[in-house]
Design a binder for this molecule. Structure first.
Ligand SMILES: C[S@@+](CC[C@H](N)C(=O)[O-])C[C@H]1O[C@@H](n2cnc3c(N)ncnc32)[C@H](O)[C@@H]1O
Length: 275
């Protein structure tokens, strides 16, 4: 299949180097190994996964970026949740088609795009963000990564810690995902909008934050089965003469904490590994 104007494209070279094109534009050129390659040539001649001989010699392998690759190339004003943690979040929060999900804050919109992909068809995502400039950047990113998406994303500028943020008529959500520095300050609001049995997931970088959060959640009597995990992903390299872990690794990023919400307060039920 050939490439269309506006599409992103990654050219993989035989020497292992990579050229990323954010959007193909007729009339534009991109330098590959020092040689300008017209985008019109790529749009006419390149086919995904088919080695492409360049006009001035050499070849490249053209591929559409995966979702994880697109996230890593995102323009950002804030720290984003990396693909390694997003995979964990989507499974641990049990995000599914048809769900109503509330996330706060939106940051650069990296998680938002993944949530939107998972709740379709029929679901929706409401992002609550305190800073308008972050929201603007995030909405631009969502539009780039999800250009044909249905209107299932809503944005509210507001403070997730503000007790007046949600009125009594607010709809209920199946999942609440918090990427905030002090998620314990949002617990009262989460109690107003999370449906019984729903999952609250938080993402914080330090164990002290997890500790404060866990105690605050347990104290309410409404949040049970609190579980905290972190993901450590290590690449491996396999060559004819050696098999070894990659030299570089993304070290610590954040802790993912999940729990289930009960409508009435009861003594805390701890989570225990089923096996
Ligand atoms: C680390 S960023 C979120 C990154 C996002 N999850 C992503 O993957 O792109 C944290 C965001 O939370 C917002 N924020 C911080 N405190 C907030 C609050 N009380 N209410 C709403 N948003 C808040 C910040 O402005 C920032 O945009």
């Amino acid at each position: 299949m050939s490439f269309l104007p506006g599409e992103p494209l990654i050219l993989y070279m035989p020497n292992g180097r990579v050229v990323s094109i954010a959007a193909l534009r007729p009339g534009s050129k991109t330098h590959v190994d020092g040689t300008p390659v017209p985008h019109s040539y790529l749009m006419e001649e390149a086919r995904e996964g088919v080695p492409l001989v360049l006009e001035k010699g050499g070849w490249v392998l053209p591929l559409r970026p995966t979702h994880a690759e697109s996230l890593s190339n995102l323009k950002r004003r804030t720290q984003i949740i990396y693909p390694k943690d997003q995979g964990l979040i989507l499974l641990w929060a049990d995000i599914r088609p048809g769900q109503r999900v509330l996330e706060s804050g939106i940051g650069s919109g990296a998680l938002t795009v993944s949530l939107l992909r998972m709740v379709r068809p029929g679901g929706c995502v409401l992002s609550v963000e305190r800073r308008a400039e972050h929201a603007e950047e995030a909405v631009r990113n969502v539009a780039i990564l999800d250009p044909a998406g249905p209107p299932d994303h809503e944005l509210r500028i507001g403070d997730m810690y503000d007790q007046d943020l949600f009125g009594s008529g607010e709809r209920l959500f199946d999942r609440v995902i918090l990427d905030l520095p002090e998620p314990w300050k949002a617990i009262d609001n989460v109690r107003k909008i999370l449906r019984p049995g729903g999952i609250l997931l938080t993402y914080v970088p330090t164990p002290l934050q997890v500790h404060t959060l866990s105690l605050a959640l347990q104290e309410t009597g409404h949040f049970h089965l609190i579980r905290t995990v972190e993901s450590i992903v290590r690449d491996w390299e396999f060559g004819p003469q050696s098999v070894r872990p990659a030299h570089r690794i993304i070290g610590h990023t954040g802790f993912v904490t999940t729990c289930r919400f009960a409508s009435e307060p009861r003594p805390y039920i701890p989570w225990e590994a089923p096996f």
